[in-house]
Structure formats: C-alpha cells, structure tokens
Design a binder for this molecule. Structure first.
Ligand SMILES: [Fe+2]
Length: 312
C-alpha cells in the first residue's frame, strides 16, 4: 500500500504528499506517480532531500532522459542535468529591460524544444538556490485552454497549421508583448551569439492530440510563434491569420489556465511538456537563483520541420 496523496493546485497541477524521494519506490508507486502526472499535467513535491544523482534516478521513472541537444548547455559531472542559473556570469546575456527595470532571465510562455518539431516529453525542475523574491515559474494548461474555446473557434482552427521560428532577439518574436521592452546591451542578436545553430522553422497543427492521453492540446505558445502556414488553405487572408493567432495567444494568457510557483528550498516540479507551457518571471540583477533541470525525452514528433524555402 502506498501512502501517496495529492491535492490540486490553483487551475493546473497537483501537489503530491506522502512521498519521500529517499524511500525505495515500488512499481505500484511509480505507476501511480505516472498516472498523476498525466492526470494533472504538473506535479509539485515539497521538502525533498535531493542531489543530482537522486534527481536523475527519479526522473527516469517518467521515461528515458534526454541530454540537452547542445553540449555547451550540459553540466560537466551529470550530462543529464541542465543548470539554470541567475546571478552568475551569464547574467549579462540574459538581462533586458521591462518598463525601464532590468530583469535577468525572464522568458515568455513556451514549451521546451518546441522549435525542433520534437519537443521533449517533460522536465523536472529542482530549486537548489531560491531567490529571496521573484523568480517564479508559471505553468499553463493547454488542454484546458483548448476545452475552453467556443465551438466556432474549435472548428476554425481544426485545419490551421502554425509555424514557429527560433530567434534569440526577443524583438523578432511576433506575438510576445513588447510594450516597455528594451534588450540589454549584451542581449544576443543571433543564435550563434550563444552557441546555437540556426534552426529551420517548425510547424504544428493548431490542435495536437496528446500522444499518450489523446487529449486535444491547443498548440499555441507565444514565444517563437510566427505565422499560419499557407493561411489560404484554411480560408484565411494573411491579416486574418495574424488576427486569429493574436486572439488565440490572448486566450492562452487567461489566468484561469495558469499556476505560478514561488519556489522554496527542496521543491521539485515535474511537468508534461506535451500539454503544459511554462514561463519565468526572472529576477533582479545580482540575485542568486539556481535550478537543476532534468529532461524526459520526447519520443514522438508532434510537428514537422519546414523546408528552408519556407523558413526564410
Ligand atoms: Fe523552458
């Protein structure tokens, strides 16, 4: 008998109780944890005494782990671990201005590796060093967002395909909120500035069926969202297509689909990256924050890579 219990969080996800990462895990408990992950899209575990080795072993319950596609991003001792750090030497590249205030590491709503057409299946974040204030991570349920659409919109987007374009300069992102935004003096301009290659555009149906649960997922995340592919096929002019994407992005921003987590030491969060988008609010310059991330491999291709002729 397992003693695991769960309590839904605001709008999305659940907090898991009665779980200790240092207790041996039975197959029944692993099955139960996996079922909870799919049911709630995001799980929060508090007060866990974790180190990188334990985090990696725990993450493997949910599937094979993925190394970050870029060697520059991997942690030396544990290549399965990805360190997200604020308050370190990378700050100057991650600093931008919002309403005149400098912010480090703010990221718009996104899904990890979405720009590759093969997003990872999920990820686990662990708070190693907690920022004294700010630094929240937001999660948004795109299954719930789809369900909340009106029937006309659901019918309209059934034939729509959307393209995503990987850029590193936020001003080139067409659907993020740029009001009051100024890049920092060291903000990267092109992918090679931070050791990234150029990626061809990726395209997804506006509604993707979740590979495991079969749920309809509204595949609209504002970061990198670029355009509707061949809008005339869906009976739309390019202007109408842009207006539709703006309306869908506004819809995904509705707070009833969101949960924002304020980190405490020992917190661990696991989310389903095929269903849940996430964002970070960032921190003030000089504030220390360290998160360790492990990544569950994406073993399904949800989108397609567009040929270079359509990526220009
Ligand atoms: Fe991310």
């Amino acid at each position: 008998m397992t003693s695991i219990q769960s309590r839904p969080l605001d709008n999305i996800g659940a907090e898991v109780f009665g779980f200790d990462i240092n207790e041996p895990l039975t197959e029944a408990t692993k099955t139960e944890l996996k079922a909870l992950w799919y049911e709630h899209g995001m799980l929060l575990f508090r007060n866990q005494d974790v180190d990188p080795t334990k985090q990696i072993a725990f993450s493997r319950i949910f599937g094979p782990l993925e190394l970050h596609p870029l060697e520059v991003k991997r942690s030396g001792d544990h290549p399965e671990l990805f360190e997200l750090e604020n308050g370190g030497p990378a700050d100057k590249f991650q600093t931008a201005y919002y309403g005149g205030e400098p912010v480090v590491g703010r990221l718009d709503w996104h899904m990890d590796l979405h720009y590759t057409a093969r997003p990872n299946h999920g990820a686990l974040l662990r708070a190693v060093v907690v920022a004294p204030e700010a630094g929240e991570t937001g999660f948004g349920d795109l299954a719930k967002a789809y369900d909340a659409l009106d029937p006309e919109t659901k019918a309209c987007i059934a034939k729509v395909e959307v393209a995503y374009r990987f850029v590193v300069q936020r001003r080139q992102m067409r659907f993020v909120d740029l009001e009051g935004y100024e890049p920092g003096p060291d903000s990267p301009q092109k992918p090679s500035d931070i050791g990234f290659p150029d990626f061809p555009d990726a395209a997804y149906p506006a509604v993707v069926q979740h590979p495991v649960t079969g749920q309809n997922i509204l595949e609209i995340v504002e970061q990198f969202l670029n355009r509707v592919v061949e809008p005339q096929k869906a009976g739309l002019t390019p202007d109408e297509a842009d207006a539709l994407l703006r309306r869908l992005v506004d819809h995904t921003r509705r707070p009833e689909f969101h949960y924002f987590h304020t980190w405490q030491r020992g917190d661990m969060i696991l989310w389903d990256n095929w269903r849940v988008m996430h964002c970070t609010r960032g921190t003030a310059p000089g504030v220390k924050r360290l998160i360790h991330r492990t990544t569950i491999e994406g073993d399904a291709t949800l989108g397609r890579t567009l040929p270079a002729s359509q990526s220009a």
